[in-house]
Ligand binder design. Structure first.
Ligand SMILES: Nc1nc2c(ncn2[C@@H]2O[C@H](COP(=O)(O)OP(=O)(O)OP(=O)(O)O)[C@@H](O)[C@H]2O)c(=O)[nH]1
Ligand SMILES: [Mg+2]
Length: 233
């Protein structure tokens, strides 16, 4: 399943008459340096660009239409936000949470699982503390929502992004060889670290994968877009 992204085109007649209220607001959050902007750009442009700078503010892309090839499904996005993960950007993160129907929360899965990845305990400890803090904040923001906002926030997609060596699919093979167990293990570890998720009225989806290569990044985005479309009954 391929997807096609069309961005706002000011020259088109259709875009001029497009109703601004159409579509959902979607935001990407996560601790810094976990792959949010690589994912954001990949969803928008299909180009996997690594080594980009840390995001020091909030990026916004308006009016996006995502179509799946060979399917009638269309996702219309009114605003798509990418927010840097640094602590100083607290207000931007909060605003993004409050404004979004769906949050894609990106996690460095290799830093929360005790398999492979970096052995630097300081990096691991700091990352886990930052993740815990993020979810303490998110829980608080959820509680602080007014009734109207509470009803408008309804989806949380937790994305486990496994960092491996770029363009070396071998370095992620230990989990890909047993995706099902890995997926469950990721959910359990994440829940342990963040102290459990309590989000009434919010549908929580889990997607695992990696951005090491074009092929895997494409699979990861498919998983995310499918979660975005799917409706729980
Ligand atoms: N080795 C490796 N590097 C990755 C992977 N995914 C992303 N990166 C790199 O990690 C760095 C951080 O990625 P970004 O997408 O900028 O991270 P971010 O979450 O947007 O970070 P902030 O904007 O600082 O919050 C970049 O240099 C990426 O190229 C991966 O799977 N493996
Ligand atoms: Mg970024």
């Amino acid at each position: 399943m391929e997807w096609h992204t069309s961005l706002k085109n000011d020259n088109s007649f259709l875009d001029k008459i497009d109703i601004d209220l159409f579509g959902i607001n979607l935001g990407i959050l996560g601790v810094d340096n976990c792959g949010k902007s690589v994912l954001y750009k990949f969803i928008l442009t299909h180009k996997l660009v690594h080594g980009i700078d840390s995001t020091s503010t909030r990026q916004k892309q308006e009016k996006i239409k995502i179509e799946f090839h060979g399917s009638k499904e269309i996702i219309r996005i009114r605003n798509f936000f990418d927010v840097g993960g640094q602590r100083e950007l607290y207000q931007f993160k909060k605003k993004t949470f409050n404004q979004s129907y769906c949050i894609i929360y990106v996690v460095r899965s290799d830093l929360i699982l005790d398999i492979g990845g970096t052995q630097d305990n300081d990096v691991i400890r700091k990352y886990r503390a930052a993740l815990e803090l993020d979810f303490a904040n998110i829980s608080q923001w959820q509680r602080d929502l007014n009734l109207w906002q509470r009803n408008s926030f309804s989806k949380l997609i937790i994305v486990g992004n496994y960092f491996g060596e770029i363009d070396n699919e071998e370095t992620v093979s230990h989990y890909l060889s047993n995706q099902k167990n890995y997926h469950r293990y990721f959910r359990d570890r994440f829940t342990d670290i963040t102290g459990g998720l309590y989000f009434p009225k919010t549908e929580i989806k889990w997607v695992t994968g990696t951005l090491v290569s074009q092929k895997f990044a494409t699979e990861l985005v498919h998983g995310i877009l499918k979660s975005l479309i799917s409706q729980e009954t």
